[in-house]
Design a protein around this ligand. Structure first.
Ligand code: UGA
Length: 435
């Protein structure tokens, strides 16, 4: 099958490469000619484990091509995926900015020839697929097409595996014919007995937001429980295990942390609240999840300040991890970048390390010191704070860390180490929901 992917951001590139791996002939298209030039040279603009190899293999096999010209790609395609960005609007009001989606719909319309399914892959508010349909119809009344909504559930850092072995695939469309095309797109997954949810456009669009909001709620719930654990002397790790083994609750996404970040949960929870509000409905549980997440980041500032004896002025903080989660260089809405700046403003010096995120961080916070590894970060530090649970921070030589430091305080915001491990190494321990 010939497939066009519009947008070579995170979702577009991963989806395009994986569909090529399924055996389809995929052209990834982007208006950004620089980006396409880099991709043609074999450069991958994002860090995602395994993506470079997958792209290279499929380019070599002739299954994956890149282009900056829609006229090259759309007329031949049986399915055209829209995977352009939908950032929060610049007004900061929770609306998703749909201008890129609508521009793509207009551009596609003029190039449509034979029957084509136009697939919304981007995360979009309910009603967007119908708008896409209207725009295409208005721009090209004779176009033979249907629209489908096919939300993605990929996690950064694990995206290829998530695509190849998904928990489910959701496809929303009103058309039986489009359903047939979508089945063909995902044929290898049918063979693996992956569950498919075929539904309407609005349901598919809402499923995406509801899934992310539910996961955000789960994280905020466990973060709130971690605060309670600290007050009553309970251990949140045991608590998470104790509730997570109940199959109705499930053990995943019950790890407390410095707050959820990234390009999805913060944006999508706000967008869901906006959709609810516009439709005269409350979504109090999601509202609470968002509030708890902000409070969690503020609580982490206080935790670090307390660990420094009540004042950060003139103290040095070794920050391990700047990305919002491991295996990504993505700094968007990353908790350490909300937690460290207020401490730096009050006179703390930051020595930071992240395996992938430092290039961008240097541009955002040029005054901080960036080093090559966790041990260098700890040189002369009064406190070490573990923000992101990268594998290379999971088995640190704690004695060596302590030797390099000025103080002996360890703040583990991911509960990577047990309190005993840290205390036995001679540190004062601060974790989340355990002591
Ligand atoms: C999330 C969803 O997990 C994907 O299913 C979805 O496709 C994606 O958003 C999207 O909408 O595109 P992602 O943002 O890549 O994926 O990362 P997650 O692994 O979900 O982590 C999000 C944040 O939650 C991170 O900051 C992480 O540290 C935090 N988190 C996660 C916790 O604090 N505790 C947990 O137990 C799990």
């Amino acid at each position: 099958m010939n497939i066009t992917m519009i947008g070579t951001g995170y979702v577009g590139l991963v989806t395009g490469a994986c569909l090529a791996e399924f055996g389809h002939r995929v052209i990834c298209m982007d208006k950004d000619t620089d980006k396409i030039d880099r991709l043609l040279k074999g450069e991958i603009p994002i860090y995602e484990p395994g993506l470079d190899t997958l792209v290279a293999k499929n380019v070599e096999d002739g299954h994956l091509k890149f282009s900056s010209d829609l006229a090259d790609c759309v007329p031949e395609a049986q399915a055209v995926f829209i995977a352009v960005g939908t950032p929060s609007s610049r007004r900061g009001d929770g609306y998703a900015d749909l201008s890129y989606i609508y521009a793509a719909a207009k551009d596609i319309a003029v190039h449509l020839s034979d029957y084509t399914v136009v697939v919304d892959k981007s995360t979009v508010p309910v009603g967007t697929a119908r708008q896409v349909k209207r725009i295409i119809k208005e721009s090209n009344p004779s176009a033979d097409f249907d629209v489908a909504s096919n939300p993605e559930f990929l996690r950064e850092g694990a995206a290829i595996n998530d695509f190849m072995r998904p928990d489910r695939v959701v496809v929303g469309t009103d058309s039986e014919k489009a359903r047939g095309v979508m089945k063909e797109v995902y044929d290898p997954l049918f063979l693996l007995s992956t569950p498919f949810v075929f539904t309407g456009l609005e349901s598919a669009e809402l499923i995406k937001y509801a899934a992310n909001a539910f996961l955000a709620m789960k994280i905020s719930f466990i973060n709130e429980m971690s605060t309670l654990c600290e007050e009553v002397g309970a251990d949140v790790v045991d608590l998470a295990k104790g509730i997570g083994l109940d199959g109705r609750i499930g053990a995943k996404f019950l790890h407390p942390g410095p707050g959820y970040g990234g390009s999805c949960f913060p944006k999508d929870t706000l967008a869901l609240l906006r959709i609810a509000q516009e439709n005269g409905v409350t979504a109090r549980s999601v509202e609470a999840a968002v509030e708890i997440n902000s409070a969690q980041k503020a609580r982490m500032v206080k935790k670090i300040r307390d660990a420094l004896g009540g004042s950060e002025a003139g103290k040095t903080i070794a920050a391990l991890g700047l990305a919002f989660k491991p295996e990504t260089d993505d700094l968007r809405e990353s908790p350490p970048l909300s937690i460290l700046p207020p401490l730096a403003e009050k006179g703390a010096k930051i020595r930071a390390h992240d395996p992938q995120g430092m290039r961008e961080a240097k541009e955002m916070y040029p005054d901080w010191t960036y080093v090559n590894n966790a041990y260098e970060a700890c040189e002369g530090a009064d406190v070490v704070v573990l923000f992101t649970e990268w594998n290379q921070y999971r088995a640190l030589n704690l004695a060596e860390i302590k030797e390099k430091m000025n103080g002996a305080v360890f703040v583990d915001l991911r509960n990577v180490y047990s309190p005993k491990q840290i205390q036995d190494a001679g540190f004062k321990y601060y974790g989340l929901g355990r002591m």
